[in-house]
Design a protein. Structure first.
Length: 372
């Protein structure tokens, strides 16, 4: 595993160097090839959503702006369109950026293939399917991670993106269940109180999930008085998400790509809120969304949550790169966030999202890159 990662890292460095036609420090390449790998530079990423209507020129301009301000990588959401990704990848790489194929995994709103199969959708404890009953928001339409057909559909999308030439990773987002607890800072927006696991937000109680669980544990979650207290039932669901991730890892690697994911702030919190235990996954890089503003936390919490995750990955090859939510931050807070991520063991920092980065913010990012 270590050796494979090393080979991959070297391969990636070569790929990037070649693409940049000498714009990158060539010493880094030589060191990586001839000696033990040098300490990798702290990486800067940003998430962007592609619009097929936009011209190549406008993308070239956007990518150049990121590169000029110290960013190294873009995570591009193409709505799982390999063709659009194939069009944008060479443009980003020409600008000197690494490209990651960002997709919405288990939450697939308006997925035209999935919509032909109402039984693929996750079912709440109330018995309502995400097919026609969306929890919280209109764009929540979750698939069941247990059913063969629905999980294979997601994995097929992963494979489609993994095949795109020049892409560094497939990046899973919404790789979890629907939120059983929303971030506390978002509750007033939805006029909600969540003091316990509420049935309308608790998934998946479809026939396949229930039958499979019953076969292993000889109890039926639909008949439990308080399923939140049943640890096997929670573990079953954590394992189902992990199984999708681990299969996605195999697929990405089969096509010479790595696997990355946007995840909840740290493993226990992810487990509690969305049934996602990412420290147990086969994955190369995690980008926890350490959005302090969503949780009514102060900025130093970025350091706390980063450290928490880094410690949990201590015995794994998985890298952690801290995700920060920029719209409500000042340029000086962005600098502070980068510093906190660095000090607490992150290997990089990712900004959500690219278009929200103002000129002042980009200047601040550039300054941190230059050690200012
Ligand atoms: Zn299910």
């Amino acid at each position: 595993m270590k050796l494979l990662k090393l080979t991959l890292a070297v391969a990636l460095i070569c790929l990037v160097s070649c693409a940049e036609k000498g714009s990158r420090d060539t010493a880094e390449k030589e060191t990586a090839v001839t000696e033990a790998p040098a300490e990798k530079a702290f990486k800067y990423w940003t998430w962007i959503t592609a619009d097929p209507e936009r011209t190549d020129d406008s993308y070239q301009e956007e990518f150049a702006k990121y590169k000029d301000n110290g960013l190294d990588a873009v995570l591009i959401n193409t709505n799982t369109d390999p063709e659009l990704l194939g069009r944008l990848t060479p443009l980003a790489r020409k600008a000197g950026l690494e490209v990651h194929a960002w997709l919405m995994a288990m939450n697939r709103p308006g997925d035209s293939v999935a919509l032909q199969h109402p039984d693929w959708y996750a079912v709440s404890r109330e018995g309502k399917s995400c097919f026609d009953h969306r929890p919280y928001v209109d764009y929540y339409q979750w698939l069941c991670p247990t059913r063969k057909a629905s999980r294979n559909h997601v994995l097929g999308l992963v494979e489609g993106l993994a095949k795109v030439e020049g892409v560094a990773s497939v990046h899973l987002d919404y790789i979890r269940f629907s939120d059983i607890f929303l971030p506390i800072g978002l509750l007033p927006k939805y006029d909600l109180e969540q003091e316990e696991e509420l049935p309308e937000f608790d998934f998946c109680y479809c026939d396949v999930c229930v039958a499979e669980f019953e076969k292993i544990h000889h109890k039926n979650p639909r008949e439990m008085e308080n399923p939140a207290l049943d640890i096997e039932w929670k573990q079953f669901r954590l394992n189902k998400i992990r199984a999708v991730v681990n299969d996605a890892y195999e697929i990405a690697h089969k096509h010479g790509k790595i696997l990355t994911a946007a995840v909840f702030p740290y493993p226990e919190m992810a487990d509690h809120m969305v049934r996602q235990r990412w420290d147990k996954w086969d994955i190369d890089v995690v980008l926890p969304m350490i959005y302090h503003n969503f949780y009514n936390e102060e900025i130093d919490w970025i350091g706390f949550a980063t450290k928490q995750g880094v410690q949990d990955l201590k015995y794994k090859d998985t890298e952690l790169h801290t995700g920060v939510y920029v719209p409500e931050m000042s340029p000086s807070e962005i600098k502070e966030a980068v510093q906190l991520a660095k000090e607490n063991g992150a290997k990089g920092v990712s900004f959500f999202d690219g278009p929200a980065l103002t000129d002042d913010m980009l200047q601040a990012i550039k300054e941190t890159k230059e050690g200012r």
